[in-house]
Design a binder for this molecule. Structure first.
Ligand SMILES: O=C(O)c1cc(=O)[nH]c(=O)n1[C@@H]1O[C@H](COP(=O)(O)O)[C@@H](O)[C@H]1O
Length: 212
């Protein structure tokens, strides 16, 4: 798998998206490309570039108090906070600085925030930041969690998103479906690869992949 990477560019973005064609299962669907975000999420120069691209998608009259990171997006989240501040996006936090937090998953796979983190969500202007979005089901869980704790959702951002909006809320992304030629996502019951008896190459989630 490591040798099958294809690097794709998006207009205005200086870092490529690495994708691997094949047959993969996420938590919510089967997909024909694994999108490898490893270096975009962990290499400082790449995370900074992604943050610079994402900041342009926010209006300067938006308030941002907290960035909730899923999919291991904390490094990008910290740079996004810095870029938002540099761009003049305001925070209502007492110390004029943005919080960057990650929810915990409980034993029922629900996203939760402990008591010490809840004040960074309740009544705050929140951005949800993800690595990749395919069906939007993970976004729904994140939004449910933010709203449960009383956060005010101001935006959703991702490095890659196959959808442009969810329930009227735009999903801002550096890379879109059109940037990956022939990107397909299937309900596992309808997956044409499975129907042809083609085995899965790997299971993928926000941490990475495990080959099968
Ligand atoms: O389906 C993805 O977006 C996805 C593609 C991929 O190549 N790798 C991967 O881990 N995913 C994960 O699938 C989840 C999003 O899928 P949806 O819930 O279907 O939008 C996120 O947690 C992604 O990290």
């Amino acid at each position: 798998m490591e040798n099958r990477y294809i690097k794709l560019q998006a207009p205005g973005c200086n870092v490529p998206l690495k994708v691997v064609p094949g047959h993969f299962a996420t938590n919510h669907s089967h997909i024909n490309y694994y999108i490898d975000m490893t270096t975009l999420k962990t290499r400082v120069s790449e995370a900074q570039e992604v943050a610079r691209d994402l900041v342009g998608l926010y209006l300067y009259n938006t308030f941002v108090d907290t960035i909730v990171c899923l999919d291991g997006m904390d490094v990008v989240g910290a740079y996004l906070a810095e870029e938002l501040t540099k761009a003049g996006v305001m925070s209502r936090n007492a110390h004029q600085t943005i919080y960057v937090v990650t929810p915990e998953y409980n034993s029922n796979s629900q996203m939760i925030f402990r008591d010490n983190i809840q004040p960074m969500i309740t009544g705050k202007n929140v951005i949800l930041l993800m690595a990749s979005v395919t069906t939007g089901k993970t976004i729904n869980k994140g939004v449910e969690c933010i709203q449960y704790y009383g956060g005010k959702l101001q935006g959703i951002s991702a490095i890659f998103s196959a959808i442009g909006e969810l329930d009227g809320m735009p999903v801002n992304s550096v890379f879109r479906e059109r940037d990956i030629p022939d990107y397909q996502t299937y309900d596992f019951r309808e997956c044409p690869y499975c129907k042809k008896g083609i085995k899965l190459d790997a299971l993928v989630n926000g941490y990475g992949y495990s080959k099968l």
